[in-house]
Design a protein around this ligand. Structure first.
Ligand SMILES: Cc1cc2nc3c(=O)[nH]c(=O)nc-3n(C[C@H](O)[C@H](O)[C@H](O)COP(=O)(O)OP(=O)(O)OC[C@H]3O[C@@H](n4cnc5c(N)ncnc54)[C@H](O)[C@@H]3O)c2cc1C
Ligand code: FES
Length: 259
């Protein structure tokens, strides 16, 4: 298992692009050189000065990185994310990371598929970059056409990306697990990230046949194992998403306890 408690880094927002669907692509330059980052790892981040309340840093999966810049997709869902995406280029940020000890590691099977739902595409884009040589298919499921800009941008990074939408207004009609089922009879291993209903559907369809490794989301206070706010119930007892994950073998997780 990789072991990381992360670094406290100073960074600046250097690029911001709105992709649609409430999603922004943000790029930060860090003063220090970044250590190696593994797919699935994340940073806790936020501006030095929040615009409204004093907030805790928020967790975001690394999409891409180089020596001293790092890229994230941020979907606006509440006050913290709204504050983050409203920052101007040049705004100083705190970045704590890279965090997460459970990561997407090279497949043990013969056939590896990636399944993303909505903003869950972020860590899988990083996984694709590292492991594209062993990925047989990558399905990106979204709700509707509002995600067209995100899908186009992701398609420009991933050759052969399959896009699906719930209402059929973008790509194939259907959920990502449905589309993946049509693509292949048997898949040895699946890496997944997305909303809980999608993870349940992936497990319902492929559980017991394929090894399913999923990056879980939970509310996080510290990101480094100190506050217990991210606990998740598993066959191995209560584990912390920030410290023991965020990537877990889905067969070990009590899916009905996830929110
Ligand atoms: C390991 C990890 C990686 C993540 N990667 C990304 C990413 O790449 N891009 C991205 O946009 N988001 C990502 N998230 C989710 C992101 O951290 C939350 O959306 C964000 O913290 C919400 O902050 P807020 O202040 O805007 O929302 P709040 O105002 O605190 O809450 C608004 C709504 O979002 C829900 N919510 C808040 N925090 C979370 C959370 N951590 N997980 C699920 N629901 C939440 C609340 O229940 C509420 O319904 C990730 C979360 C984790 C744990
Ligand atoms: S976020 Fe504090 S223990 Fe996981």
């Amino acid at each position: 298992m990789h072991c990381s408690r992360g670094l406290e880094l100073e960074g600046f927002l250097i690029d911001k692009a709105f992709l649609g669907g409430g999603v922004y692509l943000l790029r930060f330059e860090t003063k220090e050189l970044l250590p190696e980052i593994l797919p699935g790892q994340f940073f806790m981040l936020g501006p030095h000065r929040w615009k409204s309340d004093p907030f805790l840093l928020r967790p975001f999966a690394v999409v891409d990185w180089s020596e001293n810049d790092v890229e994230f997709l941020v979907k606006v869902v509440g006050r913290g994310t709204k504050d983050i995406v409203s920052c101007e280029r040049g705004t100083p940020f705190r970045l704590r990371g890279p965090l997460g000890n459970g990561v997407f590691t090279a497949t043990r099977g013969r056939s590896l598929a990636l399944v993303a739902g909505g903003i869950g595409v972020a860590p899988l884009l990083c996984a694709w970059k590292f492991h594209s040589d062993v990925v047989s298919s990558f399905v990106f499921g979204v709700s509707n056409r509002d995600w067209a800009g995100v899908a186009d941008w992701a398609s420009s990074k991933v050759s052969g990306l399959t896009v699906a939408s719930d209402d059929g207004s973008l790509g194939y009609k259907g959920t990502a697990p449905d589309v993946l089922k049509k693509e292949g009879d048997f898949i040895d291993e699946i890496w997944a990230c997305g909303p809980v209903p999608m993870l349940k559907a992936v497990y319902g369809t492929f559980g017991g046949k394929s090894l399913i490794m999923a990056s879980l989301e939970s509310r996080m206070g510290c990101g480094i194992g100190g506050c217990h706010s991210c606990a998740v119930k598993t066959q191995r007892g209560m584990l912390k998403v920030c410290h023991d994950g965020p990537v877990f073998d889905l067969s070990e997780v009590f899916l009905d306890e996830l929110i």
